[in-house]
Design a protein. Structure first.
Length: 274
């Protein structure tokens, strides 16, 4: 079993490197604090984890906190503690020497997810539930730009954004409001062409990949990757089928443009075109 998992890792890294050398000319670029701002540091087991939202990141942070001795079990850690507790250090918080030392000696890993599924998962989480950041900041801007005859109420609250409107915003070169980490490219979040990741896990094979990674770094035997769904736990996880239902609301041209938008992520992480 380990053998086949090693083989999968080698293959994923090969595809990632080949895509980088084919499409990116930034092999000699300097790594700046900006490039490592999404990377979390666990000094005890010497792990660097690049956070990709909607690909198991809350549970990965829980695991890092347990590795670091900040909690005894992943079950004890609340969602808000994970995301707003500032218990984990980020790599851009170190000086130049500290950043390079860790990049050169720690095990660097990231976990990714099929781009359309990740996108739908983010949309459902941020726009289909009450949210006092995404509705006023993104929702208002999206509704006022893309909805004809929007009601005063919709313009006031920013609630009720439709998937089609969200995609119009995503594909608009003159977006009324900026990009967000929940739907940005992995390519941009984690700079895989600049940073040579040691381990590339996939959300689709999370349990196997995660526990293989924990085995590789010599984590305590009793620490396994948590299975629970972090938010809206009574709701079904975003699956391929659910993703198709959302994309069915778009025109063929919007679907194609969405694919083009995430083209590098599809290519680099070897996901087939949906």
């Amino acid at each position: 079993k380990w053998k086949s998992l090693y083989r999968i890792q080698r293959e994923r890294k090969r595809i990632m490197r080949e895509t980088c050398s084919k499409y990116k000319s930034n092999n000699r670029r300097i790594i700046t604090p900006y490039h490592v701002s999404r990377i979390f540091v666990e000094d005890k087991y010497r792990v660097l984890y690049c956070e990709v939202p909607k690909a198991g990141c809350s549970n990965w942070k829980r695991v890092l906190m347990v590795l670091n001795g900040l909690a005894s079990s992943t079950k004890d850690i609340q969602h808000n503690t994970v995301h707003y507790g500032n218990y984990l250090k980020r790599l851009d918080g170190f000086d130049h020497k500290g950043i390079y030392h860790r990049l050169n000696t720690y095990t660097k890993m990231l976990f990714i997810r099929e781009p359309f599924e990740k996108l739908v998962s983010a949309f459902r989480d941020k726009f289909e539930h009450p949210n006092n950041y995404y509705h006023p900041v993104f929702g208002k801007a999206i509704i006022s730009r893309y909805r004809v005859n929007a009601t005063k109420e919709a313009l006031r609250t920013g609630s009720g954004v439709k998937f089609k409107e969200f995609i119009q915003y995503l594909l608009d070169v003159h977006r009324p409001v900026g990009m967000d980490i929940h739907w940005d490219h992995v390519n941009r979040l984690c700079s895989p062409c600049l940073i040579d990741y040691d381990f590339v896990g996939k959300f689709e094979s999370m349990e196997e990949d995660a526990n293989f990674f924990l085995h590789l770094i010599g984590a305590p035997q009793n620490l396994t990757f948590p299975k629970f769904k972090d938010r809206h736990s009574n709701e079904e996880r975003t699956t391929t089928k659910i993703t198709q239902q959302y994309f069915a609301q778009l025109s063929p041209s919007q679907r194609q443009r969405s694919y083009d938008f995430y083209y590098m992520d599809y290519l680099m992480f070897n996901y087939s075109k949906p």
